[in-house]
Design a protein around this ligand. Structure first.
Ligand SMILES: NC(=O)CCC(=O)C(=O)O
Length: 283
Protein backbone atom coordinates (compact mmCIF):
# COMPACT_ATOMS: atom_id res chain seq x y z
CA UNK A 1 0.00 0.00 0.00
CA UNK A 2 1.45 3.41 -0.97
CA UNK A 3 2.02 5.48 2.19
CA UNK A 4 3.78 8.29 0.37
CA UNK A 5 2.66 9.51 -3.04
CA UNK A 6 5.07 12.44 -2.95
CA UNK A 7 8.56 11.79 -1.62
CA UNK A 8 12.25 12.30 -2.19
CA UNK A 9 14.40 9.72 -3.96
CA UNK A 10 18.18 9.47 -3.62
CA UNK A 11 20.29 8.02 -6.46
CA UNK A 12 23.77 7.18 -5.16
CA UNK A 13 26.21 7.27 -8.08
CA UNK A 14 29.20 5.65 -6.38
CA UNK A 15 32.75 5.14 -7.53
CA UNK A 16 33.53 1.46 -7.05
CA UNK A 17 36.96 0.23 -5.91
CA UNK A 18 38.63 -3.19 -5.77
CA UNK A 19 38.20 -3.21 -1.95
CA UNK A 20 34.83 -4.63 -0.95
CA UNK A 21 34.92 -3.08 2.52
CA UNK A 22 35.64 0.37 1.06
CA UNK A 23 32.67 -0.04 -1.30
CA UNK A 24 30.37 -1.04 1.54
CA UNK A 25 31.53 1.88 3.71
CA UNK A 26 31.00 4.32 0.83
CA UNK A 27 27.51 2.97 0.11
CA UNK A 28 26.65 3.15 3.80
CA UNK A 29 27.70 6.84 4.03
CA UNK A 30 25.86 7.65 0.79
CA UNK A 31 22.62 6.06 2.03
CA UNK A 32 22.91 7.95 5.35
CA UNK A 33 23.55 11.20 3.45
CA UNK A 34 20.56 10.68 1.14
CA UNK A 35 18.34 9.86 4.08
CA UNK A 36 19.49 13.01 5.92
CA UNK A 37 18.49 14.96 2.79
CA UNK A 38 14.98 13.55 3.25
CA UNK A 39 15.04 10.63 0.80
CA UNK A 40 12.46 7.95 1.64
CA UNK A 41 13.70 5.78 -1.21
CA UNK A 42 17.40 5.28 -1.94
CA UNK A 43 18.70 3.49 -5.05
CA UNK A 44 22.22 2.10 -5.50
CA UNK A 45 24.04 1.25 -8.77
CA UNK A 46 24.41 -2.04 -10.60
CA UNK A 47 27.49 -3.74 -9.04
CA UNK A 48 28.18 -1.20 -6.30
CA UNK A 49 30.16 -3.61 -4.06
CA UNK A 50 32.30 -5.02 -6.86
CA UNK A 51 33.96 -3.66 -10.03
CA UNK A 52 31.78 -4.35 -13.10
CA UNK A 53 34.19 -6.83 -14.55
CA UNK A 54 33.95 -10.59 -15.10
CA UNK A 55 37.28 -11.01 -13.23
CA UNK A 56 35.79 -9.84 -9.93
CA UNK A 57 32.25 -11.24 -9.72
CA UNK A 58 33.17 -14.63 -8.22
CA UNK A 59 35.46 -13.16 -5.55
CA UNK A 60 32.92 -10.51 -4.40
CA UNK A 61 29.82 -12.75 -4.52
CA UNK A 62 27.62 -13.30 -1.45
CA UNK A 63 25.33 -16.11 -0.43
CA UNK A 64 22.37 -14.28 1.12
CA UNK A 65 21.45 -17.30 3.22
CA UNK A 66 24.83 -17.13 4.95
CA UNK A 67 24.19 -14.03 7.03
CA UNK A 68 27.70 -14.09 8.56
CA UNK A 69 29.51 -13.61 5.25
CA UNK A 70 26.93 -11.56 3.32
CA UNK A 71 28.34 -8.19 4.42
CA UNK A 72 26.82 -6.07 1.61
CA UNK A 73 23.37 -7.62 2.09
CA UNK A 74 23.56 -7.16 5.88
CA UNK A 75 24.56 -3.50 5.55
CA UNK A 76 21.56 -2.76 3.29
CA UNK A 77 19.13 -4.39 5.68
CA UNK A 78 20.64 -2.57 8.67
CA UNK A 79 20.64 0.83 6.95
CA UNK A 80 17.03 0.47 5.76
CA UNK A 81 15.90 -0.16 9.33
CA UNK A 82 18.28 2.38 10.94
CA UNK A 83 17.04 5.15 8.59
CA UNK A 84 13.44 3.86 8.27
CA UNK A 85 13.58 4.01 4.47
CA UNK A 86 13.13 1.77 1.42
CA UNK A 87 16.34 0.74 -0.34
CA UNK A 88 16.59 -0.60 -3.87
CA UNK A 89 20.01 -2.12 -3.32
CA UNK A 90 21.50 -1.78 -6.80
CA UNK A 91 23.00 -5.14 -7.61
CA UNK A 92 25.70 -7.42 -6.27
CA UNK A 93 26.96 -10.81 -7.39
CA UNK A 94 24.83 -13.44 -5.63
CA UNK A 95 26.07 -16.99 -5.06
CA UNK A 96 23.11 -19.30 -5.57
CA UNK A 97 23.36 -23.09 -5.69
CA UNK A 98 26.82 -23.17 -7.22
CA UNK A 99 25.99 -20.44 -9.77
CA UNK A 100 26.29 -16.67 -9.77
CA UNK A 101 23.48 -14.20 -10.47
CA UNK A 102 23.47 -10.41 -10.90
CA UNK A 103 20.94 -9.65 -8.18
CA UNK A 104 19.09 -6.63 -6.77
CA UNK A 105 17.67 -6.80 -3.22
CA UNK A 106 14.93 -4.46 -2.05
CA UNK A 107 14.59 -3.73 1.68
CA UNK A 108 11.73 -2.06 3.54
CA UNK A 109 11.91 0.39 6.45
CA UNK A 110 12.05 -2.36 9.06
CA UNK A 111 15.05 -3.95 7.33
CA UNK A 112 13.11 -6.88 5.87
CA UNK A 113 13.96 -8.15 2.41
CA UNK A 114 10.92 -7.28 0.27
CA UNK A 115 12.10 -8.70 -3.05
CA UNK A 116 15.06 -10.05 -4.96
CA UNK A 117 15.45 -9.49 -8.72
CA UNK A 118 17.92 -11.56 -10.71
CA UNK A 119 18.93 -9.79 -13.95
CA UNK A 120 16.83 -11.37 -16.67
CA UNK A 121 18.56 -10.12 -19.82
CA UNK A 122 22.29 -10.69 -19.48
CA UNK A 123 24.59 -8.23 -21.23
CA UNK A 124 26.48 -9.99 -24.00
CA UNK A 125 27.97 -7.61 -26.54
CA UNK A 126 30.70 -7.77 -29.13
CA UNK A 127 31.36 -4.66 -31.19
CA UNK A 128 34.58 -5.31 -33.15
CA UNK A 129 37.42 -2.91 -32.17
CA UNK A 130 35.20 -1.40 -29.52
CA UNK A 131 33.62 -3.32 -26.65
CA UNK A 132 33.30 -6.97 -25.82
CA UNK A 133 31.59 -8.19 -22.64
CA UNK A 134 29.87 -11.48 -21.88
CA UNK A 135 27.87 -11.66 -18.67
CA UNK A 136 26.51 -15.06 -19.64
CA UNK A 137 30.02 -16.56 -19.22
CA UNK A 138 29.61 -15.94 -15.48
CA UNK A 139 25.98 -15.32 -14.59
CA UNK A 140 22.84 -17.38 -14.72
CA UNK A 141 19.91 -15.29 -15.97
CA UNK A 142 16.91 -14.66 -13.74
CA UNK A 143 13.55 -15.87 -14.95
CA UNK A 144 11.00 -13.74 -13.09
CA UNK A 145 9.83 -10.14 -13.35
CA UNK A 146 9.99 -8.45 -9.93
CA UNK A 147 7.37 -5.97 -8.79
CA UNK A 148 7.30 -5.00 -5.14
CA UNK A 149 4.75 -3.20 -3.01
CA UNK A 150 6.51 -0.63 -0.81
CA UNK A 151 5.69 2.41 1.31
CA UNK A 152 6.78 4.48 -1.68
CA UNK A 153 4.61 2.74 -4.24
CA UNK A 154 4.68 -0.29 -6.46
CA UNK A 155 8.17 -0.59 -7.86
CA UNK A 156 9.21 -2.76 -10.82
CA UNK A 157 12.86 -3.77 -10.87
CA UNK A 158 15.16 -4.23 -13.86
CA UNK A 159 18.94 -4.34 -13.99
CA UNK A 160 20.69 -2.35 -16.72
CA UNK A 161 20.33 -4.33 -19.98
CA UNK A 162 16.79 -5.25 -18.79
CA UNK A 163 15.88 -1.65 -19.74
CA UNK A 164 16.30 -2.52 -23.42
CA UNK A 165 13.27 -4.80 -23.33
CA UNK A 166 9.99 -2.84 -23.45
CA UNK A 167 8.04 -6.02 -22.73
CA UNK A 168 9.35 -6.19 -19.15
CA UNK A 169 8.32 -2.59 -18.47
CA UNK A 170 4.88 -3.32 -19.98
CA UNK A 171 4.46 -6.23 -17.57
CA UNK A 172 5.23 -3.87 -14.67
CA UNK A 173 2.79 -1.26 -15.97
CA UNK A 174 0.07 -3.90 -16.35
CA UNK A 175 0.68 -5.00 -12.75
CA UNK A 176 0.27 -1.47 -11.40
CA UNK A 177 3.83 -0.13 -11.09
CA UNK A 178 4.25 3.57 -10.27
CA UNK A 179 7.99 3.51 -10.75
CA UNK A 180 10.55 1.25 -12.42
CA UNK A 181 14.05 1.30 -10.92
CA UNK A 182 16.92 0.20 -13.13
CA UNK A 183 20.29 0.04 -11.38
CA UNK A 184 22.60 0.06 -14.41
CA UNK A 185 26.13 0.41 -15.72
CA UNK A 186 25.88 1.47 -19.35
CA UNK A 187 29.19 1.98 -21.17
CA UNK A 188 30.84 4.59 -23.37
CA UNK A 189 29.78 2.90 -26.63
CA UNK A 190 26.03 2.86 -25.98
CA UNK A 191 25.56 5.28 -23.08
CA UNK A 192 25.46 8.59 -24.90
CA UNK A 193 23.06 7.45 -27.63
CA UNK A 194 20.80 5.15 -25.65
CA UNK A 195 20.84 5.46 -21.85
CA UNK A 196 18.55 8.47 -21.49
CA UNK A 197 16.55 7.51 -24.57
CA UNK A 198 15.71 4.07 -23.13
CA UNK A 199 14.63 5.63 -19.82
CA UNK A 200 12.39 8.16 -21.54
CA UNK A 201 10.91 5.48 -23.78
CA UNK A 202 10.06 3.15 -20.88
CA UNK A 203 8.56 6.09 -18.93
CA UNK A 204 6.50 7.52 -21.79
CA UNK A 205 5.23 4.23 -23.21
CA UNK A 206 4.05 3.14 -19.78
CA UNK A 207 3.19 6.54 -18.28
CA UNK A 208 5.12 5.98 -15.06
CA UNK A 209 8.34 7.13 -13.38
CA UNK A 210 11.71 5.62 -14.25
CA UNK A 211 14.77 5.94 -12.00
CA UNK A 212 18.28 4.76 -12.88
CA UNK A 213 21.42 4.56 -10.80
CA UNK A 214 24.90 3.92 -12.20
CA UNK A 215 28.40 3.62 -10.77
CA UNK A 216 30.55 6.68 -11.52
CA UNK A 217 32.93 6.78 -14.52
CA UNK A 218 36.05 6.43 -12.39
CA UNK A 219 35.29 3.03 -11.00
CA UNK A 220 37.79 0.17 -10.98
CA UNK A 221 37.99 -2.32 -13.86
CA UNK A 222 38.51 -2.10 -17.60
CA UNK A 223 34.85 -1.42 -18.46
CA UNK A 224 34.33 2.35 -18.69
CA UNK A 225 31.00 3.42 -17.28
CA UNK A 226 28.72 6.09 -18.70
CA UNK A 227 27.24 7.30 -15.37
CA UNK A 228 24.32 9.76 -15.62
CA UNK A 229 21.93 8.47 -12.95
CA UNK A 230 18.54 9.94 -13.74
CA UNK A 231 14.89 10.35 -12.76
CA UNK A 232 12.32 10.62 -15.58
CA UNK A 233 8.64 11.42 -15.11
CA UNK A 234 5.65 9.82 -16.94
CA UNK A 235 5.72 12.57 -19.58
CA UNK A 236 9.37 11.88 -20.39
CA UNK A 237 10.77 14.91 -18.57
CA UNK A 238 14.16 14.49 -16.96
CA UNK A 239 13.42 15.60 -13.39
CA UNK A 240 17.02 15.24 -12.22
CA UNK A 241 20.24 13.78 -13.55
CA UNK A 242 24.00 13.76 -13.05
CA UNK A 243 27.18 13.79 -15.09
CA UNK A 244 29.65 10.92 -14.67
CA UNK A 245 31.37 11.79 -11.37
CA UNK A 246 30.58 10.35 -7.98
CA UNK A 247 27.51 12.15 -6.63
CA UNK A 248 24.15 11.73 -4.94
CA UNK A 249 21.11 12.93 -6.85
CA UNK A 250 18.17 13.94 -4.65
CA UNK A 251 14.88 14.58 -6.43
CA UNK A 252 11.17 14.69 -5.77
CA UNK A 253 8.81 12.03 -7.08
CA UNK A 254 5.16 13.12 -7.26
CA UNK A 255 2.89 10.27 -8.31
CA UNK A 256 0.04 12.69 -9.14
CA UNK A 257 1.92 13.13 -12.46
CA UNK A 258 0.96 9.55 -13.35
CA UNK A 259 -2.79 10.15 -13.19
CA UNK A 260 -2.43 13.56 -14.81
CA UNK A 261 -0.54 12.07 -17.75
CA UNK A 262 -2.93 9.11 -18.07
CA UNK A 263 -5.99 11.39 -17.94
CA UNK A 264 -4.50 13.74 -20.52
CA UNK A 265 -3.37 10.97 -22.86
CA UNK A 266 -5.52 7.89 -22.17
CA UNK A 267 -3.37 5.58 -24.30
CA UNK A 268 -4.31 2.59 -22.18
CA UNK A 269 -7.94 3.01 -23.29
CA UNK A 270 -6.90 3.64 -26.87
CA UNK A 271 -4.80 0.49 -27.08
CA UNK A 272 -6.04 -1.74 -29.94
CA UNK A 273 -5.45 -5.18 -28.46
CA UNK A 274 -7.92 -6.49 -31.02
CA UNK A 275 -5.37 -5.67 -33.71
CA UNK A 276 -2.10 -6.69 -32.11
CA UNK A 277 -3.05 -9.73 -30.11
CA UNK A 278 -3.36 -11.91 -33.19
CA UNK A 279 -0.10 -10.78 -34.74
CA UNK A 280 2.63 -13.38 -34.74
CA UNK A 281 5.78 -11.28 -34.76
CA UNK A 282 7.77 -14.17 -36.22
CA UNK A 283 5.99 -14.52 -39.58
N1 LIG B 1 25.52 -3.62 -17.59
C1 LIG B 1 24.75 -3.69 -18.67
O1 LIG B 1 23.80 -4.46 -18.73
C2 LIG B 1 25.11 -2.77 -19.79
C3 LIG B 1 24.01 -2.64 -20.83
C4 LIG B 1 24.39 -1.73 -21.92
O2 LIG B 1 25.35 -0.97 -21.87
C5 LIG B 1 23.56 -1.75 -23.13
O3 LIG B 1 23.94 -1.06 -24.09
O4 LIG B 1 22.52 -2.43 -23.15
Amino acid sequence: MVKLSKFKIGLCQLSVTTEKKTNIDKACSAIEFASKQGASLVVLPEMWNCPYSTDYFEQFAENFDDQESASSYKMLSKLASQEGITIVGGSIPERCEGQLCNTCCVFGPNGDLLAKHRKIHLFDVNIPDDISFKESDIFLAGSEPTIVDTDVGKIGIGICHDIRFPELAMVYQARGAHLICYPGAFNMSTGEALWELEQKARAVDNQLFVATCSPSRFSAGTYTIWGHSTLVDPFGNVIATSEHDETIVIAEVDYSAIQYTRDSFPIEKQRRQDIYKFIDLHV
